[in-house]
Design a protein around this ligand. Structure first.
Ligand SMILES: [Zn+2]
Length: 224
């Protein structure tokens, strides 16, 4: 069996489906779709046995913290009242790649907890887990000329880029959603990582973000 790479565009809970995509060593799209529960995600992993699972979600907390509750609930956080940031997110911001900060006031707190739990279960099964950030992957692959995600032309633009990146998508690219594309980009980043064609931001203890070695983003054209 050849190696496969699973990308997950994780949501906060099973109420909203998460995008999932499986790529082969030859960059064939073996699967692209959505799943809802952690049990379903773990069943997919057990069946597909990917060498790497890459997840679009913070998979760690700022150094010295063990929870993100406004009033520390774990009793393990040192200085829970201090405002802290993960190094990887600070490094993203320095590259003008915005993200949601992992803080005690984070609107993605539920998703962070879910991602960390999933990481725990996967690593217990000896699966390598990477934190990825598909928006950052897009900037590193394609520069800054992206039309906004919310506009119809944004989706057309993304589908055209995805067709170039993964020709094996074929006709399926015409119905590709943003969530599926993000899951595919997560898997693609893992595939690049296995080839040493990525860079890693941040501290191991806080969770690191893996990005493709890309176009030099500061020199890339900036249309918005
Ligand atoms: Zn705590």
């Amino acid at each position: 069996m050849t190696a496969t790479y699973l990308g997950i565009d994780l949501t906060a809970s099973a109420k909203r489906p998460s995008g999932v995509a499986l790529l082969s060593e030859g960059l064939e799209v073996l699967h692209a779709g959505t799943l809802r529960t952690d049990a379903d995600l773990l069943t997919l992993v057990a069946g597909a046995q990917p060498v790497v699972v890459s997840i679009d979600c913070p998979l760690g907390l700022p150094l010295g913290w063990d929870c993100l509750d406004l009033e520390c609930s774990c009793g393990q956080c040192d200085c829970p009242t201090e405002d802290r940031r993960r190094r990887c997110e600070v490094e993203l911001a320095a590259r003008r790649i915005p993200c949601y900060w992992t803080t005690r006031r984070s609107i993605i707190r539920e998703m962070v907890y879910r991602g960390m739990e999933l990481r725990y279960h996967l690593e217990k099964r000896r699966v390598q887990v990477l934190e990825v950030y598909p928006y950052g992957t897009k900037v590193h692959l394609w520069g800054r000329g992206m039309p906004p995600k919310t506009r119809p032309e944004g989706l057309a633009w993304l589908r055209a880029r995805m067709a170039q990146l993964l020709p094996s998508l074929g006709q399926r690219v015409e119905s590709l959603t943003h969530d599926e594309a993000d899951a595919l980009l997560a898997a693609y980043t893992a595939w690049l990582h296995a080839r040493g064609r990525t860079e890693t931001l941040g501290l191991k203890e806080e969770g690191q973000i893996v990005l493709p070695l890309g176009v030099p983003v500061d020199r890339a054209s900036d249309h918005g």
